[in-house]
Design a protein around this ligand. Structure first.
Ligand SMILES: [Zn+2]
Length: 218
C-alpha cells in the first residue's frame, strides 16, 4: 500500500502490536510504518487522517534533509563533494573543486578509506575546539574521543565526551555547536532551562543552529 503526500510516494506498512496508542514512523527514504494496537479499535485510515498535517510536515522535513555520506557523495565541513576513485598504490585523499579524489589500490575498500579519513579529521578538529571552548566555559572533560554513534555527540556521567566520528561532515559552526552542547553537559546532565541558558550565553543563536542540525543525517 502506498500514499501520496506533497507529491511524494510513501510506502506504507501496517503493524499490529500490544500497545495502547497508535503511532507512525517515517524513514528518510519515505517508508512509513503504521503501528496500531492489536485490539482492532483503530483503523490505519483513521490514524492517517488524524496525522495528515504531521505527515506533511515530516515529508517536507525529509525533502530538506541532507545525507552526509552515501558512498558516492560526501560532505566535508558542510561542502558537498563527489567521490572519485583514482587507481594508485600510494593511497591518499585530495580535494579538487567539487571532488574528493581517492587514490587507492583495488584491494582497499573506498568506504573504509573515507570513514578513516573523516574520523581522523573529526578527532583533530574537535580536540582543538574542545580545548578552546573548555577554557571559555571553565568546564574540562576527563576524556575526549570519537566513536561510531547515531547521535552527534555523547557525554557520560563520569565526564567523558564522545563525538560522532563523522562529525567533520557538518558545517563547522554546527560542529562547534555540538562541542559546546556536550561540554555544557558536564555541568548540566540534561536539557533543562539552566542547560539552555548556559548554552545561550556562549551561543546566542543556538536555537537556529539546532534547527539547522536537524536537517543532517548519515
Ligand atoms: Zn544533549
Amino acid at each position: 500500500m502506498f500514499l501520496k503526500i506533497e507529491n511524494k510516494k510513501i510506502i506504507c506498512k501496517i503493524k499490529y502490536k500490544k500497545i495502547r496508542h497508535a503511532y507512525l514512523r517515517i524513514t528518510p527514504d519515505y517508508h512509513l510504518d503504521i503501528i496500531l494496537p492489536d485490539n482492532g479499535k483503530l483503523s490505519a485510515e483513521t490514524l492517517l487522517k488524524e496525522k495528515r498535517n504531521w505527515l506533511r510536515r515530516k515529508v517536507r522535513e525529509i525533502e530538506n534533509s541532507v545525507r552526509l555520506f552515501d558512498g558516492k557523495i560526501v560532505y566535508y565541513k558542510g561542502k558537498k563533494y563527489k567521490i572519485k576513485i583514482i587507481p594508485d598504490n600510494n593511497s591518499r585523499i585530495e580535494f579538487s573543486k567539487n571532488f574528493m579524489n581517492i587514490y587507492k589500490s583495488k584491494k582497499r575498500k573506498t568506504e573504509n578509506i573515507v570513514l578513516n579519513f573523516l574520523a581522523d579529521e573529526t578527532l583533530e578538529y574537535v580536540s582543538k575546539k574542545v580545548e578552546e571552548v573548555a577554557e571559555r566555559l571553565n568546564l574540562f572533560p576527563d576524556f575526549v574521543s570519537i566513536k561510531k554513534l547515531k547521535s552527534f555527540g555523547h557525554c557520560t556521567r563520569d565526564g567523558k565526551i564522545f563525538f560522532n566520528s563523522k562529525l567533520i561532515c557538518l558545517p563547522t559552526k554546527l560542529i562547534d555547536y555540538v562541542v559546546c552542547h556536550e561540554l555544557i553537559h558536564l555541568k548540566h546532565f540534561n536539557h533543562s532551562k539552566k542547560f539552555k541558558s548556559e548554552l545561550a550565553k556562549i551561543l546566542p543563536e543556538y536555537k537556529e543552529l539546532e534547527k539547522q542540525l536537524k536537517r543532517y543525517y548519515w
